[in-house]
Design a protein around this ligand. Structure first.
Ligand code: UFG
Length: 333
C-alpha cells in the first residue's frame, strides 16, 4: 500500500491533516523541523522525522526508508502575513527555496504527486467577491508572493519533470479537532480566533481590532473561515485526484461566507458566554479589506463538502481546544 508524506505535519493545519489521514487508514510519514510545530501535535500512529525539508540528504533518507511514498502533502512554510511585511527574505528563503529543494529530491526519487497549501493571500486585493481561481493573482504581502512563486515553480516542475500538483488556496483557517485534543498554538499568537479565545480565558487583557475604516459594512476586515478538518478532507480528495492520474490544478477552499472581525467577536462572545473586552486599534500592514472564496470548483471537481460551514460550530471546536489547553501544547510536552 502506498504511503503519504506530510511535510510540516506538526503545525496547526498539518497536525489535523495527519490525524485525518490516520483515520482514513493511510500509511503516514511526517517531516517537521519543529521550528513552529509541536511534536505532541503529531499522532503516535504516524512515522515522525525531525528535520528540514530544505536538507536534501535528510529528505533523501526519508524517501529511502519509506520507498512506498507516492504523494507529498506540503505544509512546511511560514505563514504570517504581518511578519512577512517586516521579514520578506525569511519567507522567500524558507518557503520558496524549501520547495525547490523538495522538488529536486522528489524528481530524483520519482515521486510525482504533490498537494500544496497555497493561500488566498496570492490574490492580493480582489476587484470582486467571491474570488474565483481564474481571478488575477497580485499579492500585497511577501507571504502571498512566496505562495504565488511556489505555485509557479510547481507549474514549471510539472512541465519539465511531470510532477503533478494540486494547489489548495485556503482562506482563513480556524477551529480544532472537536474533542479538543489538538488545536492552534503559535508562539507568539497573531491570529484572530485564538487571540479572541485567549481573551475569553483571561490569558490576555483585551482584543485589539486592527482598523475599522476598511471598505466593508462595519469597517473591519471580512474573512472567510474554514475548519482544518474540512481542509484535510479536501487534501485527501486532492491526493486521490492525483493518484487517479488527473492533471495539475488549483482550487479555492473557503466556506463562501464572509465574516467581519466584529462579527467574529460577537460569535465568540455567544459561544463562550464571556464578555471578551475589545478595542479598535490602528491598521496592520498587508491586510486586504475582504477575502471571500468561491469554492464551487473544489465542490464540483473534487467532490468537497465542507461540514463546518457555520462559524459558531467552528468557534465551538476552537473553544474546546483553548479551554482544555490554555497554554497550548506546552502543558503536554
Ligand atoms: N486581527 C485583529 N486583531 C488581532 C489579530 C487579527 O483585528 O489581534 C484581524 C486582522 O487584521 C485580519 C483578521 O483579524 O483582519 C484575520 O487576521 P489573522 O491574522 O487571523 O489572519 P490573516 O487574514 O492575516 O491571514 C490568514 C493566514 C494566512 C492566509 C490568510 C488568507 O494567517 O496564512 O489568512 O486569508 F494567507
Amino acid at each position: 500500500m502506498a504511503s503519504v508524506l506530510v511535510v510540516g505535519g506538526a503545525g496547526y493545519i498539518g497536525s489535523h491533516m495527519v490525524d485525518r489521514l490516520i483515520e482514513n487508514g493511510e500509511n503516514t510519514v511526517v517531516v517537521d523541523n519543529l521550528s513552529t510545530g509541536h511534536r505532541a501535535a503529531v499522532s503516535d500512529k504516524a512515522k515522525f522525522y525531525e528535520g528540514d525539508v530544505a536538507d536534501k540528504d535528510f529528505m533523501r533518507n526519508v524517501f529511502k526508508e519509506n520507498p512506498d511514498i507516492d504523494t507529498v502533502i506540503h505544509f512546511a512554510a511560514y505563514s504570517l502575513v504581518g511578519e512577512s511585511m517586516h521579514k520578506p527574505l525569511k519567507y522567500f528563503d524558507n518557503n520558496v527555496a524549501g520547495l525547490v529543494k523538495l522538488l529536486e529530491v522528489m524528481k530524483e526519487v520519482g515521486v510525482k504527486n504533490l498537494v500544496f497549501s497555497s493561500s488566498a493571500a496570492t490574490y492580493g486585493i480582489p476587484d470582486h467577491m467571491p474570488i474565483k481561481e481564474s481571478d488575477p493573482q497580485n499579492p500585497i504581502n511577501p507571504y502571498g508572493e512566496s505562495k504565488l512563486m511556489m505555485e509557479k515553480i510547481m507549474k514549471w516542475a510539472d512541465e519539465a519533470y511531470g510532477i503533478k500538483y494540486v494547489a489548495l488556496r485556503y482562506f482563513n483557517v480556524a477551529g480544532a479537532k472537536p474533542d479538543g485534543s489538538i488545536g492552534e498554538d503559535h508562539g507568539p499568537e497573531t491570529h484572530l480566533v485564538p487571540i479572541i479565545l485567549q481573551v475569553a480565558l483571561g490569558e490576555r487583557e483585551k482584543l485589539q481590532i486592527y482598523g475599522d475604516d476598511y471598505n466593508t459594512p462595519d469597517g473591519t476586515n471580512i474573512r472567510d473561515y474554514v475548519h482544518p478538518y474540512d481542509l484535510a478532507d479536501a487534501h485527501i480528495l486532492a491526493m486521490n485526484y492525483l493518484r487517479e492520474g488527473n492533471p495539475s490544478d488549483a482550487f479555492n477552499l473557503g466556506s463562501s461566507t464572509g465574516f467581519s472581525n466584529l462579527e467574529m467577536l460577537k460569535a465568540a462572545r455567544e459561544v463562550t458566554g464571556k464578555e471578551i473586552p475589545a478595542e479598535i486599534a490602528g491598521r496592520r500592514g498587508g491586510d486586504p479589506d475582504s477575502l471571500v472564496a468561491a469554492s464551487d470548483k473544489a465542490r464540483k471537481v473534487l467532490g468537497w463538502e465542507p461540514k463546518y460551514d457555520d462559524v459558531h460550530s467552528l468557534i465551538e471546536t476552537a473553544w474546546a481546544w483553548h479551554s482544555k489547553h490554555p497554554h497550548g501544547f506546552e502543558d503536554r510536552d
